[in-house]
Design a protein around this ligand. Sequence first.
Ligand code: HEM
Length: 454
Amino acid sequence: MISRARYPAGPPTMTALRNLSASGNLARMPAFLASVARDYGPVASWRMPRGRFWFVDEPALIDQILTAGGYDVIKGRGLRRMRRLLGQGLLTSDEPLHLRQRRLVQPAFHRERVAGYAATMIEAARDAAAALADGQEVAVDALMNRMALRIAAATLFSADIDDEADAIGAAVTGAMSGFPASISTFAELLDYIPWHAATRRFRQARAGLDAIIYRLIEERRLDARDRGDLLSILLSTRDEEDRPMPPELVRDEALTLLLAGHETTANALTWTWDALARDPAAEARLHAELDTVLGDRDPVPADYPRLTYTRDVVAEAMRLRPPAWILGRRVIRPFRLGDWEIAPGSVLLTSQIVTHRNPRFWHEPDAFRPERWSNGETAALPRGAYFPFGGGNRVCIGESFAWTEAVLVLATIARRVRFRALDLSPIPLQPLVTLRPGRPVTMRAEARRVEVSV
Ligand code: HEM
């Protein structure tokens, strides 16, 4: 009988250490993981000081981790370290709290509820576009962030936080820029060095966000009418013993949803504008769809299903620049992955930015081709080949919210404005918790004039 190795081949530990977050720098990670897939195949494994790592670039196995893994696999260290900011919110909690909270929060994301948010999304996009003068130079990334934040606050909290948008943006950037240091090898020590710059920045950012979120909660407590939004759900829920949700948990869920609910979608939209600015043919086809479906009016929520090419543009932008670019899990109970036995303590890594370009599943993997989503090419894609929203029990709760927002915002703005890139050199990637652009995405806004046939 042929005995088989216990582990597949993988890079030497020293190489992995140099390229992973040990140095507190995530910039090299996407290219490193792509090279691991190229050199060692769809499943690779190597030793790290904290245990054995596996990198999986095989759709069927990615799907298995996300769906069959259930609560036998928990969030990896990166997201667990985010607990310092997000506490025990949906993104960072484990069972049994996670399951209970997920069921509780889910009604705020039901399809009909999301459809009800669509008008707010369109209004925010219309205001953003209307504020742009013809020829104005604008940082599109900042514009998208501000607008997505406004949408999240208005839909989930019935709150207007325009005045605080800059403070929130700065706090989120502060917390995110400290993220690589927070998962580096000696990160836990940093928490005990209050005067260290990264620790100080992080604490300031957290205090700023806390002040805003507790104010929103307090205002609602004083005026406790049920608005049917997320905040009402969190504040009105009672456990079996008729106790309300503890205030810290309300804070954790609210902050998680405010941050997760705008940062990712804003990035998806920014990368979409960047892709369109580089591809006049795709941009022209988008405009043609908008002119046909909308003519000279803004979209209404019911237009969503007819904006098919608009959706394909977003899908393709998220394939090449997935806002959530890596997913890590720590195995806590023995887990069988294909033919491999994975021991507790091991770390499973998957990466959208690598698998979304796997040449076995994608024709011309590096090309921006929205048409691939409608010409049959992607019809037979296996599950796990495209997973911008994750999957299984931890699938993004905001997935349909995000699609609705991205498509309707893109349609509303692109109908009125065309963004021209001022600098067509490639935008460096800044892979933090999300995949941010590594420099401001400054563009010139040009008014579009739509010829409407009568
Ligand atoms: C393009 C936009 C978005 C992308 C690409 C995205 C991506 C993701 C991914 C990949 C996960 C799974 C993380 C993991 O398994 O470790 C996730 C989880 C989550 N997302 Fe999103 N997301 C987006 C928009 C949103 C929006 C709009 C909201 C809320 C309004 C949201 C709220 C959440 C929450 C609360 C979780 C944790 C769910 C759980 O574990 O139960 N996301 N997201």
